[in-house]
Design a protein around this ligand. Structure first.
Ligand code: AMP
Length: 986
């Protein structure tokens, strides 16, 4: 090498200013070096040919890091051809390589005295071989990659110095196929310093994208993109196959698909890590783990679910994010309303729903022996599950509403209903079951209909039938009513028979005729629903033709039958007479004939609840006569009923005298139910036939307006009538009125009808002062009554008139009617005073319950006051029966003197009412004693230890309200008081 000092200076300059320190070099991650001259600390060992050409020089950079460079600068000589060849470089997986050269190149103009041979380029070449060929070197084997020129050579400084600039050139080579290659640098007369040579190839480096890991991938030169499948990282699962493309530039492109962390793991720094304690993740996904919901916990890492705290549960379908819940508490405020053999149960939602909304209710029915108070020695009621035919409406389990109707229970039976609230976790917590229980006793109920009727024998004039007892007799069947008629006549004329047993023979039928028949059973609770119509036909005349050999037998049989019939008729007449005398109520078979649906032979019958009819309009037509609207003339409005006006008017029936009537109308726009309820009153009234019960003339249902026509009661309702005529009647007149009411009530109770709303306002008075019980209906009676108030158990009750047991637990009986009668008695004797005056309903209930009773009205005969007190006995069985009341009043009327003993008061206690326990009231012990006292009471001392006042006081009236504190009895002579009009029977 020429030791030109300027050249050496140049080289030194070059080395000190241009070299990039190797240890600082950081290459892009997608570049894989195959050769880096700077990385070598020692001699590189490259071949230089000829030997005076390229020269390897060692130096240090500014950090004193040794580097190796090559330089050549034979610019002063002609025909330069200097080669520098690298060592053999294994290709590895590279298909395409990049050669990065850093060099300086001296500008020929800057070199003085050059002889025109100076060059400013050098050549880059390569040779592929499968093995290292050592020092063997042939120029012609090398392929040229490019001629390398400097972008910049020297630049001029302000001081006029020239500074070397480092050039970087990169060339691509490929595709390569052999195992390795050499690079060669050919200098043809330039002044060049090769500072570094780096050979590298590009790859897509291993990476994790969307939780999928992609391996190192070397791009294939022939293809622009390489599709690379990804592998899900640990604890994750492929959602959609992950893929990416590796470009020739070593870049990952277009990630597709992804992986999701497994349950219990969440994504953290491109990995799936376990959930921490107190957190959970129940599904695949790259969301974070969630905190455990209320009433749950997780004590370890990687939880899929959080466990529930003690007594808390998770139902099968509950999401893991939902709080743990528990069974609900018991339902509250269970109310039962008993209607014969069905009960409506109502309750409120449980106080604690357990944190859930899926509450349903189950009702368990148990039939219990004895009452709730009557428990076994083990302390439990003797209960057994109810029979399967008990009906629940809508159903017994899985109820979403807080009410259920239970039907088809046995009459007079104790039942316990356990009402349990359930939610989704109740099945998991059986031991935590809580329920509310209610025990009820069913009432009477009419029997269910007869469903099976069989024809046993038919002849031309008779048929024998048998039937099965109803499925649910609901009591002892007293008898069966058999109603039949010719099919063609369509019920316009029919016959009714009664039978005690389950069979009957119908005689006197027309031959060869079709009949329809219906049967209904009767118990103490009344008639049950009628059976479906049963059709039978009598034999034709020809069927009666008999063969000659039998004719004699038949003749004998007929003779016998005629004889038997004659004897039977005779006996019937005799027994009938005897029965009439002995007032037998239920002959074994009693025939009642009805024509045009009208009763011809009324016997002692039982009230039939029209609601037991499947079709209530059938009941109306059974018990009420259909009237022609043209026969009715309306005169004026006399009152207002619930369903429309009440008018007075006239009724003219064909071939009868015109009579005054009251006409109740059903106002327009009524619903079906209103029509039914309106006509129900007629269905009930039409069953009664008594001088002290308002008489039904008939109904108009086939034209509008629908009407109920009754006898007209000139003086209207009793309460207003009395108020209008305050103090104007004699004691006997008042007792007469009371006797009429009692007589009507006796009739009703004999019929098995409980009025429930007996009050002076529901008694009508005619021009003869005859009092008649009116206002019949079912629930309507109470709904209609302005006095009726809602009780805590639901339902409306006229508190002041109603017996405590009826208020407390709806025990309505003739005995509760007797209590009401006592109040009517008080109303009558006080000329329409309001019972308990201005006291509130609640105060009335409380006072009555504590034993307080209304005091005697002013100048009230002691006997009548005693009767009131007896009617107000707490124990209902101790109250007088209406029969007894009628009898007592009859005796009073026969002995008017007894009315002169008054039960007056001289002062009024602060609480207005009389405490029965402390009051001095005439007491005659039991009802029997009472009756005896009445029998022996003619105008003599009936009670001892009491003072007397004059008879006149009875006739006197006063508007002052005073309360009894002492009793005055008058033994003086009494004028004979005649019963006034209005007293029908004595
Ligand atoms: P009711 O709907 O039965 O309560 O009748 C309302 C009012 O009509 C009663 O208070 C009476 O004033 C009057 N009223 C009802 N029926 C009759 C009748 N048969 N005779 C006279 N007035 C009656």
């Amino acid at each position: 090498m020429d030791c030109n000092p300027r050249l050496l200076l140049f080289i030194l300059h070059l080395l000190m200013s241009c070299v990039v320190p190797a240890f600082l070099t950081i290459y892009p991650p997608n570049e894989v070096n195959l050769l880096d001259s700077k990385a070598s600390q020692g001699e590189l060992g490259w071949i230089s040919y000829p030997s005076h050409g390229w020269e390897e020089i060692s130096g240090v950079d500014e950090h004193y890091t040794p580097i190796r460079t090559f330089q050549v600068c034979n610019v002063m000589e002609y025909s330069q051809n200097n080669w520098l060849r690298t060592n053999w470089i294994p290709r590895q997986s590279a298909q395409k390589i990049y050669v990065e050269l850093k060099f300086t190149l001296r500008d020929c103009n800057s070199i003085p005295l050059v002889l025109g041979t100076c060059k400013e380029t050098f050549n880059l070449l390569y040779l592929e071989t499968d093995d290292d060929q050592g020092s063997h070197f042939r120029e012609h084997q090398f392929l040229k990659i490019d001629t390398i020129a400097a972008d910049e050579s020297f630049t001029q400084t302000d001081l006029g110095d020239r500074i070397l600039k480092l050039n970087t050139e990169v060339r691509e080579v490929g595709p390569l196929s052999k195992k390795g290659f050499y690079l060669a640098f050919q200098d043809v007369g330039a002044c060049v310093a090769l500072v570094s040579v780096r050979v590298y190839f590009k790859k897509c480096p291993q990476t994790v994208r969307n939780l999928a890991s992609f391996r190192d991938t070397v791009p294939i030169d022939s293809q622009s993109l390489v599709e690379v499948p990804g592998l899900c990282v640990n604890n994750s699962k492929e959602e959609e196959p992950p893929r990416m493309y590796c470009s020739t530039e070593g870049e990952w492109l277009v990630p597709i698909g992804k992986c999701l962390c497994n349950p219990g793991y969440e994504e953290r720094s491109s990995t799936c890590q376990m959930c921490r304690e107190g957190f959970y993740k129940s599904t695949h996904g790259n969301m974070e783990c969630s905190k455990c919901p209320p009433h749950s916990f997780s004590h370890h890492e990687g939880s899929l679910h959080c466990g529930c705290e003690k007594n808390y549960f998770r139902a099968e379908g509950d999401p893991a994010s939902m709080a743990c819940t528990r069974p609900p508490s018991a339902p509250r405020n269970v109310i039962s309303s008993i209607n014969e053999t069905s009960v409506i149960l109502d309750w409120s939602w449980p106080e604690d729903t357990g944190g859930r909304r899926d509450i349903t209710f189950n009702v368990l029915c148990k039939r219990c022996r004895g009452t709730a108070a009557n428990v076994s020695t083990s302390g439990t009621l003797h209960c057994e599950p109810c029979r399967s035919n008990v009906r629940f409406l809508p159903r017994a389990t899985g109820l979403h509403n807080t009410t259920v109707t239970v039907g088809d229970l046995l009459a007079h039976t104790n039942y316990t209903f356990e009402i349990e609230a359930q939610n989704g976790v109740s099945p998991l917590a059986f031991k935590m079951r809580q329920y509310a229980a209610v025990t009820i006793t069913t009432n009477q109920a009419a029997p269910s209909p007869v469903t099976v009727i069989r024809k046993e024998k038919t002849s031309r004039n008779s048929v024998s039938l048998s039937w099965q007892e109803p499925d649910r007799p609901n009591g002892i069947i007293l008898d069966y009513e058999i109603k039949y008629y010719e099919k063609e006549e369509q019920e316009t004329s029919y016959t009714i028979l009664r039978a005690r047993g389950c069979n009957v023979t119908l005689n006197g039928l027309k031959p060869n005729t079709a009949y329809l028949l219906q049967i209904r059973a009767r118990t103490a609770a009344g008639y049950g629903a009628t059976s479906p119509s049963f059709q039978f036909e009598t034999s034709p005349d020809s069927a009666f033709s008999i063969s000659s050999e039998n004719s004699q037998v038949v003749l004998i049989a007929i003779s016998c039958a005629v004889a038997i019939i004659l004897v039977t008729v005779l006996l019937y007449v005799l027994i009938g007479r005897f029965c009439c005398r002995s007032k037998s109520k239920h002959p074994d078979e009693k025939r009642l004939h009805f024509g045009n649906g009208h009763l011809r032979l009324p016997g002692i019958r039982t009230y039939v609840d029209p609601h037991t009819y499947e079709d209530p309009s059938q009941a109306v037509h059974e018990f009420a006569k259909e009237l022609e609207a043209s026969g009715i003339a309306i005169d004026k409005v006399v009152g207002a009923g619930e369903f429309g006006e009440v008018c007075s008017g006239r009724l003219k029936l064909p071939s009868k005298k015109e009579i005054c009537v009251a006409i109740k109308t059903l106002k327009g726009g009524y619903t079906d139910k209103q029509r039914r309820d309106f006509l129900a009153e007629a269905s009930i009234m039409g069953q009664f036939d008594h001088p002290n019960i308002i008489r039904l003339e008939g109904v108009v249902t086939r034209s509008k307006p629908v009407m109920i026509v009754t006898e007209y009661m000139e003086n209207g309702s009793l309460d207003s009538f009395l108020r209008k005529h305050d103090a104007q009647f004699t004691g006997i007149q008042l007792v007469g009125m009371l006797r009429g009411i009692a007589s009507g009530m006796k009739y009703l109770s004999d019929m098995g009808y409980v009025h429930r709303d007996l009050a002076a306002r529901n008694i009508l008075v005619n021009s003869n002062l005859v009092c008649k019980v009116s206002d019949f209906g079912l629930s309507r009676v109470l709904e209609d009554d302005p006095e009726a108030a809602y009780t805590t158990r639901g339902g409306k009750i006229p508190i002041r008139w109603t017996a405590p047991e009826a208020i407390a637990y709806r025990k309505f009986t003739s005995a509760s009617d007797a209590w009401s009668y006592g109040i009517v008695l008080w109303e009558v004797m006080s000329y329409g005073e309001r019972p308990y005056w201005e006291m509130s309903n609640q105060d009335v209930i409380k006072a009555v319950d504590e034993g307080y009773r209304l005091p005697p009205p002013m100048d009230c005969p002691a006997t009548l006051y005693q009767l009131m007190l007896d009617c107000w006995q707490k124990e209902r069985n101790n109250r007088p029966k209406f029969e007894q009341i009628v009898s007592i009043l009859d005796k009073l009327i026969r002995n008017p003197c007894s009315l002169k003993i008054t039960a007056n008061t001289t002062s009024r206690p602060a609480n207005l009412l009389l405490d029965r326990s402390s009051a001095e009231v005439p007491s005659v012990g039991t009802m029997g004693d009472w009756m005896d006292a009445m029998r022996t009471l003619p105008c003599k001392e009936a009670f001892s230890g009491v003072s007397y006042s004059s008879c006149d006081t009875l006739a006197k009236t006063s508007t002052d309200r005073v309360v009894l504190t002492e009793v005055h009895v008058t033994p003086a002579t009494c004028p004979d008081w005649e019963p006034s009009m209005g007293i029908t029977t004595l």
